[in-house]
Design a protein around this ligand. Sequence first.
Ligand code: ARG
Ligand code: ZN
Length: 419
Amino acid sequence: DAIFTFVILIAQSKETSLKQKQEKEQKIRYDNYRVFKIKYESLQQRQLLLELTKQYHSFRLWNENNNELHLMVKPDALPQFERQLKRANASADNFISNVQHLIDLEHEATTKSSPIFGWTRYNNLAEIENWLDEILSAYPNVTESFVIGESYEGRKIRGVRISYKSGNPGVFIESNIHAREWITSATATWLINELLSSGDDLVRGLTESHDWYIVPVLNVDGFVYSHQKDRLWRKTRQPSNISSCIGADPNRNYDAHWLENGGASTNPCAEDYAGPHAFSEPEIKAMSEYVCGIRDKLNVMLAFHSYGQLLLSPYGHTKFEFPYNYDDLMQVAKAFGDAIEGLPYGAVYKYGSAAGILYPASGATNDWAFSQDIKISYTIEFRDTGNFGFVLPPAYILPNAEEALVGIIALLAEAKKLG
Ligand code: ARG
Ligand code: ZN
């Protein structure tokens, strides 16, 4: 008996270690990949630095803001990186020395924490959908499930509508359009929970005087892929007809000045590939059709992203033109920023037009929504500003989510004043 048990134990431990090994082998690893902040002054310098990202296996652009690029560099490409820095006469500051280490810590925090859905860890798509079903059955009178359509791989793209009184002004929240931006769906789900259960008078008042349409994960295929295979996946998963590279940037795929002004790439391997044509990505086509169907009911569009701590208004395709209601948009944005600064966590948000304070980006959600007459329309870039980037440790989920709630409530209160 003892021997028998022993054999079983060995067999079991072999099986689990094999499983773990397979899981590890399956996933793309980022051992000793570094991420640098690079300051530049001239467009020529920027051009030289961005040239590197054409070698997308070795160099990946993480962010750009304030004359500063964040670039992830594969370890064996470091010499080339150094040479290009010299050519560009720029200097770099290394803020992540091993991307895989951050991914491992995040994974550990997730497997160690309670198996119950919560906000001390990042939840995967199945967990989010199960939780959504629980919420729907716990609040049957004020919630409603909706499906905006299907992804390329055939997954349903789900959302929840929260309404205490029909005919309220509508707020649409699009989240996790970029697969790796996990903080967005963590924040969107916390927000759903809080809107339904908060006891705070201000939160209750604004929650109940708006109709909410919240899609926690829009890019479902990419999100699943980022959990199972590549933590840093950004795009959709639809193959290309002209390249072996997969996916398009869904936030460059809307029919809003699509591909104009260098606001996206025509290269299917680029992180900001616009797709073969506007609305080529089934997720974005579904989103546009769903939103058009309820357009009359919508006053506000918020698109959740990370990272950078920014509230971005239209336009994204040009920094030389501004929306007719730009002053209103900035007044509302200020309320958002001030509310967050009032919290004890110390996060500060900047605001402005997307192209004005960031970089040109065409075919993005907030620009398209604005073109569809949803006049209070923003992209929100959540935490952080460049410590962990996309791999924000789960300990920051709650502070980030609370900032989002307080900011959005202040935003809606200010928007209401505009009438
Ligand atoms: N990080 C986002 C992206 O690259 C920001 C887009 C902002 N631009 C805009 N037009 N909304 O997709
Ligand atoms: Zn994003």
